[in-house]
Design a protein around this ligand. Structure first.
Ligand SMILES: O=C(O)C[C@H]1C=CC(=O)O1
Length: 96
């Protein structure tokens, strides 16, 4: 099942830089792992914002929640999720 996910990162200004950098590095490693498994199918930076737009391909809402809530930056992210289904006019075979 596909989900459109938008993540906005809001790291508090009083979080020590070292801690923030460690979390960002851990997030990067985890994001790359999840892309490798196919669960995190697409990842784009939103221009001009510390935000991304992503497509997740997971079994359902519970798996998506488990993945998102275990991300290192999860405590500092505002996340919006939209479930996706196939568009009848899509010409792409992998839109499901
Ligand atoms: O930078 C972000 O958008 C937040 C997060 C998502 C992937 C990653 O590496 O960090």
């Amino acid at each position: 099942m596909l989900f459109h996910v938008e993540m906005e990162v809001r790291i508090p200004h009083d979080l020590p830089t070292e801690r923030a950098d460690t979390l960002k590095q851990a997030e990067r490693v985890r994001a790359m792992e999840l892309q490798g498994t196919g669960a995190w199918r697409h990842l784009w930076r939103v221009a001009g914002r510390y935000a991304n737009v992503s497509i997740f391909d997971v079994s359902g809402a519970q798996e998506l929640h488990d993945i998102l809530s275990s991300l290192p930056l999860f405590p500092f992210m505002e996340i919006r999720v939209a479930p996706l289904c196939r568009h009848p006019s899509s010409i792409h075979d992998d839109d499901r």
